[in-house]
Design a protein around this ligand. Structure first.
Ligand SMILES: Nc1ncnc2c1ncn2[C@@H]1O[C@H](COP(=O)(O)OP(=O)(O)OP(=O)(O)O)[C@@H](O)[C@H]1O
Length: 254
């Protein structure tokens, strides 16, 4: 309330099960949009519907059953063990008096295994690296088993191998996934749809090849984007370089 509108005029539909990458320069409104989608900070105007239901009208528990969210700098609570932090994802599924049973335990174990943290289950969250903590918060969201998973820059803190594993994981999930992502090459290769935000409005929306064109990349990000073919796999990749050629170092400039 009282704040300026950060994101305006954004309307799109994501088919169930699709993977949507939200891209755009820093400060363009990606986190704001994702928080609105997840119902964390409802929009001042407009609605977000999951399977036709306005999530702004849901109580917290129903909302948590509909959408799982991982924030950009979210950390598991320090006093919890890894397994306890992931178990929090099961809270909306539990009745007030229910205790954890075998089925609950197996969901938690599966989520931990998906992010490679099974061997850390009894470790306090304080004794984790930044990337490990981040993987635990992703496991917590997976354990929530919501039909929509919203991830704000999920590759942050992850090493190169884990960035690619996370993309594989997202690919294997049955749920709809919406992720803010800075790596445009990953957006092109690993997502079905791309929403390009530019200064708080939706600049383009559609399949990666139709949205992340060299012209649009130049316009929105002020860099040069070239689609190149991987020498071994023949897959298209997006190569990003500075828009203006870097002057070659000559004897005179050295
Ligand atoms: N709590 C806040 N109060 C006021 N303005 C905010 C607040 N949080 C973010 N903003 C502003 O809203 C705009 C959009 O921020 P947002 O975090 O959604 O951008 P973003 O696209 O996720 O950026 P980044 O790529 O840097 O994470 C920015 O101009 C930012 O300065």
């Amino acid at each position: 309330a009282g704040g300026a509108m950060v994101v305006t005029d954004v309307t799109f539909d994501v088919p169930a099960g699709a993977r949507l990458a939200v891209v755009g320069p820093n400060g363009t409104g990606k986190s704001t949009l994702l928080r609105a989608i997840a119902g964390i900070r409802p929009p001042a105007a407009g609605t977000v519907r999951v399977d036709g239901v306005d999530i702004g009208a849901l109580r917290a528990r129903q909302r948590a059953l509909a959408v799982a969210f991982v924030g950009q700098e979210e950390h598991p609570s320090a006093e919890l063990t890894v397994a306890e932090a992931v178990a929090l994802g099961r809270t909306p599924h539990r009745g007030p008096w229910s205790v954890s049973d075998g089925a609950e335990e197996s969901v938690i174990a599966e989520a931990l295994a998906a992010v490679g943290m099974a061997d850390y289950r009894n470790r306090p969250c304080t004794q984790l690296s930044g990337g490990e903590r981040h993987r635990v918060t992703i496991a917590r969201a997976l354990a929530q088993e919501a039909p929509v998973l919203v991830l704000d820059e999920p590759t942050n803190h992850l090493d190169v191998a884990w960035r690619l594993r996370l993309m594989r994981l997202i690919d294997d999930l049955d749920c709809t996934t919406i992720a803010a992502i800075h790596d445009l090459d990953l957006a092109v290769r690993c997502f079905d749809l791309v929403a390009v935000l530019d200064a708080g409005t939706l600049r383009a929306f559609g399949p990666p090849a139709d949205t992340l064109t060299p012209d649009l990349i130049h316009d929105v990000f002020a860099v040069r984007g070239d689609i190149v073919t991987h020498p071994t796999t023949s897959q298209p990749h997006l190569l990003l370089t500075e828009a203006t050629p870097i002057p070659a170092l000559t004897k005179e400039t050295l």
